[in-house]
Design a protein. Sequence first.
Length: 176
Amino acid sequence: MSELNRPSLANFKASPKLPVVIVLDNIRSLHNVGSIFRTADAFNLEAIYLCGITATPPHREIHRTALGATESVEWKYVESTLEAVSQLKGRNYKVVAVEQTDMSITLSEFASTEATPLALVFGNEVQGVADEVLKEIGQAIEIPQHGTKHSLNVAVSAGIVIWEVCRAWEKICHKK
């Protein structure tokens, strides 16, 4: 670990986190959940909220892709995604769905210029973010796509969006 310049688990958990929470709305695939844990670890995110049917650690299939990130990333199970959104709004998080809707803006348009805590809601692999959750949130971003499918795997989408959010935060923090 020292050769790779990686912190110990204790040091990582004690380090300041990027104030970004990932909310998983009824994710079916345990491999997607594990992959998102690993991405959250890579970018030092604050937490993951696992909602509805989304599986929780410990689970062998999550661990297979998370590679230990379930130990380094804080997580919380909330039965209802609407409740998770309500909790985060109550803590002054800007809550945004990652979904293709008639109200969504592109990820590049979203690039925030303010250092506000952010919660990103990712939806079910087939159904996307639930309609009642979208109505409660009122804001969505989407990743521009030019192929024939116009959909990406949820873990891939999370990686792209988290990368862009982290880049925006770095720009904000370096201006100060």
